[in-house]
Design a binder for this molecule. Sequence first.
Ligand SMILES: Nc1nc2c(c(=O)[nH]1)N[C@H]1C(S)=C(S)[C@@H](COP(=O)(O)OP(=O)(O)OC[C@H]3O[C@@H](n4cnc5c(N)ncnc54)[C@H](O)[C@@H]3O)O[C@H]1N2
Ligand code: MOO
Ligand SMILES: [Mg+2]
Length: 430
Amino acid sequence: MVERRKPISVEDAVAKVSANSVIKQKETIAIEEAYGRFLAEDLIASHDVPAFDRSPYDGFAIRAEDTSRASANHPVCLDVVGAIGAGFVFEEEVQALQAVRIMTGAPIPKGCNAVVMLELTKEVTSENGQQQIQIKRSFNQGDNISRQGEDTQKGTILVEKGTQINPGIVALLATFGYAQVEVAIKPKVGVIATGSELLNVEEPLAPGKIRNSNAHMIMAQIARAGGEAIYYGKLNDDFDECLVATKKALTEVDMLITTGGVSVGDFDYVPAILNELGANVLFNKVAMRPGSVTTVANLGEKMIYGLSGNPSACYVGFELFVRPMVRKSLYSHLPHLRKAQATLGVDFPKPNPFMRLVRSKVDFIDGQLVASPSGVDKSGIVSSLGGADCFMVLPGGTRGYEKGMTIDVLLLEDTQGSEWPWSNIVASYK
Ligand SMILES: Nc1nc2c(c(=O)[nH]1)N[C@H]1C(S)=C(S)[C@@H](COP(=O)(O)OP(=O)(O)OC[C@H]3O[C@@H](n4cnc5c(N)ncnc54)[C@H](O)[C@@H]3O)O[C@H]1N2
Ligand code: MOO
Ligand SMILES: [Mg+2]
């Protein structure tokens, strides 16, 4: 008698997975290695920026009060008593009717309180050989000065821990002197592909055989999520072989993914292996297409994911159930895929009682996000994955969907993430 499995909703399945804790650990790395990693500490401004009042222009630092009567007909004449470029300090205090030639980024000399751009001055030499400038309008105190702290004040939390480090965050790390950065250690995620039909990538096709694409796909998904993939190879559909490899992997990784062998077929050994290991199965059927056979268990602190062998089902299972746990161990508060509303770009007539996660591509058309399938929507299909940058989320129902309907999409290439995208999924309306 074939086992009858009871499907649970996608929302409940993700919730059951998310209720598990993950191990979070940090390490210190050089700033040069920081891009793409996840901050393990808040990034705090260690000083004001700018750290001193500075000139935003090439010009002359002046005392605004000296220009109060300046006009086109009666320009004011100031003595130029020095010149500084960025990186240098004018040490003396500037006196009445004096100016200092100053370049962008240089600190405002003591006594000065405004800057006049070079273009608004006329340089002259007085009869006694003194360099002077003429100014034809008045200036106010503070004109053209970048104030200390106007960018950021000391102590401000600039980036929260758990954020993926982008080039702008690298700039902040450098600005505040973080030559070393505290980042989350990448969780080690083991990958085992099961299937006697599987060939290595470099092997030629043979009758009944296919190349193992899932393992490579998942390793790339692990890297995209921020984890470290550890590959344990492809195994035959053999209970003992798979059990030994699974036990070994579990001593070495933080979480383990298997692909294939998770359904009810004669050679689908993953359920029996989970049983033999004494793992606690959270669910073995999800009301979704593809990936309905996705099985998730925990054993002590470790998650074990039995993802489907069908490539599209495997891909979706990873993004829904593995990615959030990888992100959680990277200190993320937003571990799930980010949700957005889009317009359905084509008719999608196939009804299904289960929620569909359709591999799709988003586009901007007339200022609107429009999503269309990136290929054929079957779980054994691999070709639709290459063009996919989102999943359309089509709730289960008896009717199909029409072009122009408003739908939810989950974005695959977004770096921000989402807290909990599963409430209030739009029941697609027009
Ligand atoms: N009687 C039933 N049969 C099936 C059911 C069911 O409920 N009752 N569910 C179907 C669904 S839905 C799916 S999804 C698949 C899941 O199968 P498994 O997870 O057990 O995977 P396999 O049987 O090992 O393989 C399925 C398919 O995928 C190919 N495959 C496997 N590994 C890889 C890999 N590493 N790279 C690329 N392709 C892979 C494999 O050759 C098969 O074609 O079960 C349905 N059946
Ligand atoms: O789990 Mo299967 O992928 O629903 O087709
Ligand atoms: Mg099977």
